[in-house]
Design a protein around this ligand. Sequence first.
Ligand code: PGA
Length: 217
Amino acid sequence: MKPLIIANWKCNPETLKEAQELFNGIKKDIENKNVVICPPTIFLSSLICEGIKFGAQNCFSENKGAYTGEISPQMIKSIGCEYVIIGHSERRIIFNESNVDVSNKVIKAQQSGLIPIVCIGESKDQNTFEIIEEQIKDIDKDVLIAYEPLWAIGTGENASIEKVKEVRDFLKERKVLYGGSVNSQNAKDYLEITDGLLIGGASLNNEEFLKIIKTAY
Ligand code: PGA
């Protein structure tokens, strides 16, 4: 099984035109590959096309109702998306998402036929295993986990291979991706010990992103 490479564009780029340009620059090279593009949800409908996998960066824990501003798993599924990232640390920290919120979203996403990717990870002053134990406690064993230590996200300070191996072993039979300052130089090392990568900053640079894809395929 080829590794899963997830591109998390976060809240970028600023316009649909730029999103289309970014996507058109990689489209041919990621066709029919195990690569998932997660643009801002508002751009999904304009980008979705045959032969390419797409994901959302978040979803709500209900499928419809009086929840102004929310976007449901069923809505995401209905436009042709296959995946959804849930519990990214930016959502947990900036938007106060709890482990209970994450678990509720995962359940609804699965019921709606989406494949959830749950992000977990500790801050510098936290014990890795205590934190991730809490974060996965209510998450189904089949759910893909992305280990992203907070101090490694967007900092250029990627986690050591030993650390990622320890976490992978701790998570036992679960499928584990690594995320946090992945680039074309370090991608290969993580790919040898994980099931794939979750890539933020480097996925906004087509040249760099394609180098990472080449490493994996
Ligand atoms: P980064 O982000 O690759 O820019 O560190 C990863 C992520 O937040 O998913």
